[in-house]
Design a protein around this ligand. Structure first.
Ligand code: URA
Length: 214
């Protein structure tokens, strides 16, 4: 998506002081059937500038296929549009010398709030019928921290979502009601292979829901 300059500048100002790098715009048609909200880009996405273009993206594409979807049916973005990283000093195993590493990390609540104007803008532009959240970060950005993907995955939830308040420093609930489908983050199976059948079932169920709706 092409964001207006005022929005990009505002988010850059709100992000000052955080360990965030790069900027990956959300991607997909403005009339997309589904709006997908992930967590934040990783190193791979910062290089390609394509959301979910790394290993998690390969898993996501398999899930989309199970629901009868392709990338051309979806608009895809994340709660934070820059890569959150940490700075770690590690010993190089070969040389035995210390080196600095900057691994990906989960975005903080403050970073998600700093990027909230972009997520709100994207939702206003796309006006999605259905929002699929990937992992707890996307889910809690929209529905709050009482929701968890472990509890809610695969369910079809309806209700208001969190959006920035007028002062732009905290959230309020939207007047509009949305359909939210929480899903596990596609990278979750890298840490827990046992989730694979659950993830498959959730995306198949979503496919049936979309089919009935159309
Ligand atoms: N995880 C996300 O949430 N977004 C990406 O673009 C890549 C990995």
């Amino acid at each position: 998506m092409n964001y207006p300059d005022w929005l990009v500048n505002d988010v850059a100002r709100r992000s000052k002081g955080f360990l965030l790098e790069g900027f990956v715009a959300g991607a997909g048609p403005l009339n997309a059937q589904l709006f997908i909200l992930g967590e934040a880009p990783g190193r791979n996405e910062i290089e390609t500038l394509i959301p979910f273009s790394g290993a998690a993206g390969v898993e996501l594409d398999k899930s989309l296929t199970l629901a009868g979807l392709t990338r051309s049916d979806i608009y895809i973005t994340s709660a934070v549009r820059s890569r959150p990283y940490s700075i770690k000093s590690v010993i190089n195993k070969k040389s035995g010398t210390p080196e600095m590493r900057r691994p990906n990390r989960t975005p903080t609540k403050k970073e998600i709030l700093a990027h909230a104007p972009i997520t709100d803008y994207e939702i206003q532009q796309i006006q999605p019928d259905i929002i699929v959240t990937l992992g707890n970060i996307g889910l809690q950005r929209l529905l709050g921290s009482t929701h968890t993907v472990t509890k809610d995955h695969g369910q079809i939830l309806t209700g208001p979502i969190k959006e920035l308040n007028q002062a732009q420093e905290s959230y309020q609930l939207s007047d509009k009601t949305y359909t939210i489908v929480p899903m596990f983050h596609p990278a979750a199976i890298f840490y827990n292979r046992k989730l694979a059948p659950l993830i498959e079932e959730d995306w198949q169920k979503l496919g049936v829901f979309l089919h009935k709706k159309s």
